[in-house]
Design a protein around this ligand. Structure first.
Ligand SMILES: *[C@@H]1O[C@H](CO)[C@@H](O)[C@H](O)[C@H]1NC(C)=O
Ligand SMILES: *[C@@H]1O[C@H](CO)[C@@H](O)[C@H](O)[C@H]1NC(C)=O
Ligand SMILES: *[C@@H]1O[C@H](CO)[C@@H](O)[C@H](O)[C@H]1NC(C)=O
Length: 936
């Protein structure tokens, strides 16, 4: 054992999973556990070192390293004979190692003999990925029986016997695959006499016509104690171990399901799946992405998860030799169990958390830049009953002076749950209804789900069935499942031809009653099937080209979402940004549209868990996310609802929503003081829209999310690694929700070395420690980071579109060196003209008593320009020297020597706040100009 000390060493992630919270509504028994799934049951308990593959015939062709993986005659380093050698007639496994620019390595294992059956997920990787490919030239054969490829800054080490892959950055081992010997790829085979491949669960039988085809393997993240990612689960941000001594939990399941009344603190799979895991420690971050849309189950293994100390599988060239210090390395081992498909994995070498997310998004795409209106507040309910109800809710917002941008209609607006139709009694004049909203700069969203009512009088159904566009059941007939309309069929969205056909259904002529301000919501697209196994489609249902639903399940909702977005794009002639919200998601969803966390509940635990859920989505590239404000099921009391608005104002996607059976809860329903409190919460979002939109722009370029765990900005601060009660919105705002009834104070951890300013009062708090912050119903703790500048628009309007020409307020928060900086991105908020250079990107800097504004936009290359005449009406400076905080101070706009008035006041005109800020009133410089203002 001496040579391999590090393997079973310290992982401090000990902590028991709270596996059962007793919520009667959650029908736990209706969902499979690992031991109730044929593919998971046996695989989960495989012995470490049981993998029995070695690398043969290594060569480089077309810039790619290729080899065969064949069973070893003798188990690697051990003595067990496993299944004998050869196996040639079965077809070998083919290994490919590829590299892409900026720290991305791809490892792929496929089955040589059955390429057509082993499904590979299309339309997830970015189209230009292959342009970033690095052409591998040579590899170095080493004496220890491994081969190494140098990739400038990082290396890939392929150990031959047994097969293992190690990725290093510099001399630092970052990630290994199969170092625990769990790699197993079940090759397709002939059914033996008397063998039964069926998989039964409750009353359902999965025929499993192709038999076992599991792909499973271990991934080890070195030098770390924390892993994150693999949504969607209602659980903590740092993933707790699921297996190990004293820990027995289900693995994290990735299987898109419509779970009725889900509970928090559960590894149970919800609506979407992104098979991307990140690790982080004080000195490095790394990532691992498996491009595979079949069901998977992932164990995060606790330290000493297998205490059997007999693992000698490193053989001659063991991984221990790759490590400089063999003692007690921190490591997190994970075990991935995938029902079918291939092993197509990407390793991201970091080194920072932002680098890892950027590398992942270089492969799967970044969040598409949303329309400005969609970053504002949305009002939804199942259901706004009729046109009069819509008008009354719309008027209610104006009457109570609460801004909102979008009114949503759920399923009841349709004629009998036939999407693209309107109930003729309740919504007789949809165009006029939309025109009234449009006149106030508002928009509307209607729901369009993937289940199509099987009704011969419904043209959409007639056309889809006659064209053969539905998913088929295992017997080859149109799959018929039960959903909102009753008997329904499901379009085969894997097929690009069907997606294109579907996209045309969104044209103004085809979607009768729609207008250009109408946008879309895709719900139930896991897909949800009320009478299907686990509430979804059977795995042996068939898509085009004979692809089993088993293989494509987790991406079905993504393809549906993609087709709907394509529809709105076509409707707008390709130059209007579509908005389509989806409940189901997969890797790559970010480039299509936003998602929300599904059908949550109006209780404090769901308010709390919304933060780690949205943070996790952001880490896995999906930046445009939020939870239903108020909670979908149940009736929030006014305190909970207010707290939810106060937190939701900082979700990237901000929507109030409620179930059909709940009481009305529009923000004025509870009366005062709640109406005022919710108005202020919504207004706080509107005032931050310039900042939020700038962050969306950043996400669309780099992939870095809006909602960030503290360690994304403060990667070395180990006390942030498990924190998920607070988060950063962009680099400059720290938000901590209030998650309990009657709270009078909150303990907030403020990272870094520079102080933090309470955004409302300007009061300062020290960094690098937990602080006790008093809270009232007036708001939740929100802080601006010292050293930052945030652009706001403070005037209250009816909607974001009416704020277009409003002047800006710049809030300058000085740090210990009396400096600060910040950015602002502006464009027309709706078209793609920014791609041709039609945008403004400013940088503000405060230093030595002078605030300057310069451009960050590249020298013009595009053919279009964006201009705005917006002015800066106020500059608020927090943290000035005492001598500067004196009446009579002057400020001068330097290019025209114009003197501007200064004042001392509260930072944001907040009632009751003390006067701690220096205010420059009406500087009236243009936001788009170069200027400098000096304090004298
Ligand atoms: C497991 O629990 C037992 C009893 O509480 C304890 O003695 C033991 O140290 C625990 N093992 C680990 C690895 O935590
Ligand atoms: C203060 O802020 C400026 C601008 O953001 C930054 O360049 C500087 O490093 C900061 N100073 C300290 C001590 O953090
Ligand atoms: C602002 O300065 C940049 C160079 O930093 C220059 O290219 C640009 O023309 C200036 N803009 C105006 C409006 O003067």
């Amino acid at each position: 054992m001496d040579g391999f000390k590090l393997t079973w060493s310290v992982v401090v992630l000990v902590g028991l999973l709270v596996t059962t919270v007793n919520v009667a509504a959650w029908k736990k028994d209706e969902f499979r556990r690992c031991d109730q799934s044929a593919f998971c049951k046996d695989t989960r308990n495989r012995e470490p070192g049981s993998s029995n593959l070695e690398v043969k015939d290594l060569k480089i062709a077309d810039g790619v390293l290729r080899a065969r993986l064949v069973p070893s005659d003798a188990g690697g380093g051990g003595t067990t004979e496993q299944g004998g050698g050869g196996g040639e007639e079965e077809g070998d496994l083919v290994l490919e190692i590829k590299a892409y620019k900026n720290g991305i390595v791809r490892l792929k294992v496929t089955e040589e003999k059955h390429p057509e059956k082993r499904f590979e997920v299309p339309d997830v990787l970015v189209k230009d990925l292959e342009d970033k490919k690095l052409w591998l030239q040579r590899f170095v054969e080493k004496d220890d029986g491994s081969s190494m490829v140098h990739l400038g800054g990082h290396d890939v080490i392929l150990q031959h016997k047994p097969f293992q892959v190690h990725v290093k950055r510099g001399s630092d081992l970052v990630l290994s695959v199969n170092s625990k010997g769990l790699f197993n790829f079940e090759k397709l085979r002939e059914k033996k006499e008397g063998e039964n491949w069926e998989d039964r669960f409750r009353t359902y039988t999965d025929s499993r016509p192709y038999g076992p085809q599991t792909v499973s393997f271990d991934v080890s993240f070195h030098g770390t104690e924390h892993v994150y990612g693999i949504p969607e689960h209602a659980t903590s941000l740092a993933l707790k171990p699921t297996k190990g001594p004293n820990i027995s939990s289900e693995p994290y399941r990735l299987f898109n399901l419509d779970v009725f009344e889900y509970i928090s603190e559960s590894p149970f799979g919800l609506y979407g799946a992104v098979p991307f895991m990140l690790s982080h420690s004080a000195d490095k971050s790394a990532g691992f992405f498996l491009l595979n849309s079949a069901e998977m189950q992932i164990d995060v293994l606790a330290s000493s998860w297998d205490t059997t100390p007999s693992i000698e599988m490193e053989g001659e060239g063991g991984s221990s030799k790759l490590l400089e210090n063999g003692n007690k390395e921190k490591i997190v081992d994970t075990h991935w169990i995938v029902e079918s498909g291939v092993f197509d994995a990407f390793v991201f070498v970091g080194p920072s958390p932002k680098d890892v997310v950027t590398q992942y998004c270089a492969v799967t795409g970044t969040t598409s830049l949303p329309s400005l209106f969609s970053t504002a507040y949305h009002q939804c309910r199942w259901n706004y009953k009729d046109e009069a109800d819509v008008a009354a809710v719309d008027a209610g917002f104006d009457e109570h002076d609460i801004p909102y941008d979008v009114l949503w209609l759920d399923i009841e607006h349709t004629d009998g749950k036939r999407y693209f139709t309107w109930d003729p009694i309740l919504f007789p004049t949809p165009k006029e209804m939309q025109a009234k909203l449009s006149a106030k700069g508002r928009h509307m969203v209607t729901i369009v789900d993937p289940h199509i009512k099987r009704d011969d009088g419904f043209p959409l159904h007639k056309e889809a069935s006659s064209k053969g566009y539905y998913v088929k059941d295992s017997g080859g007939n149109d799959y018929d499942g039960w959903c909102w309309p009753g008997s329904s069929s499901y379009l085969d969205m894997l097929n690009p031809e069907i997606r294109s056909w579907w996209a045309d259904k969104f044209s103004l002529s085809s979607y009768v009653g729609s207008t250009p301000i109408l946008h879309i919501w895709n719900d139930m697209n896991e897909p949800s099937v009320f009478n299907g196994p686990e509430g979804t489609m059977p795995k042996d249902a068939l898509h085009y080209n004979g692809v089993e639903h088993r293989d494509v399940h987790n991406a079905y909702g993504y393809y549906f979402h993609m087709a709907s977005v394509e529809g709105l794009l076509r409707r707008g002639g390709g130059n209007e940004r579509p908005f389509v919200l989806s409940r189901a998601f997969f890797a790559g969803t970010q480039k299509v549209g936003p998602v929300w966390t599904g059908d949550n509940t109006a209780d404090w635990t769901h308010l709390r868990v919304s933060v780690p859920m949205c943070l996790t989505l952001g880490l896995t590239g999906i930046a445009f996310t939020g939870a239903d404000v108020g909670g979908f099921f149940g009736n929030p009391d006014p305190e909970l609802l207010t707290r939810w608005y106060q937190l939701g104002a900082y979700y990237p996607f901000f929507r109030g929503h409620a179930h059909l059976d709940t009481k009305r809860r529009e923000p004025w329903v509870f009366g005062e003081p709640y109406t005022t409190l919710m108005r202020e919460a919504v207004h706080s979002r509107y005032s931050l829209l310039p900042y939020v939109y700038t962050l969306f722009k950043e996400a669309s370029v780099t992939g870095v999310p809006l909602m960030r765990p503290l360690w994304m900005e403060f990667p070395e601060d180990i006390s942030t690694f498990e924190r998920d009660e607070e988060f950063l919105l962009g680099p400059s705002l720290l938000v901590h929700g209030v998650y309990s009834q009657g709270a009078t104070s909150e303990t907030v951890y403020l990272p870094g070395t520079q102080k933090w300013y309470d955004v409302k009062t300007g009061a300062t708090y020290p960094a690098g420690q937990k602080v006790n912050v008093p809270v009232t119903m007036d708001g939740i703790p929100v802080f601006q980071r010292a050293g930052s500048i945030i652009a706001r628009k403070q005037r209250r309007r009816r909607s974001s579109t009416q704020m277009e020409t409003d002047p800006y307020t710049l809030v300058v928060a000085l740090n210990s060196t009396y400096e600060a900086s910040g950015e602002l991105y502006i464009d027309d908020g709706k078209s793609y003209d920014f791609e041709q250079g039609a945008f403004i990107h400013r940088q503000f800097k405060f230093s030595k008593g002078r605030l300057t504004s310069t451009t960050l936009a590249p020298v013009k290359t595009g053919s279009k320009v964006f201009t705005t005449s917006c002015l800066v009406e106020r500059i608020v400076i927090l943290g000035v020297r005492a001598k500067d905080l004196a009446i009579g101070k002057n400020a001068i706009v330097e290019h025209d020597e114009r003197r501007i008035e200064t004042d001392i006041g509260p930072p944001l005109l907040q009632r009751g706040a003390s006067s701690t800020a220096l205010i420059l009133r009406l500087p009236n410089v243009r936001i788009s100009d170069n200027w400098s203002i000096k304090l004298v």
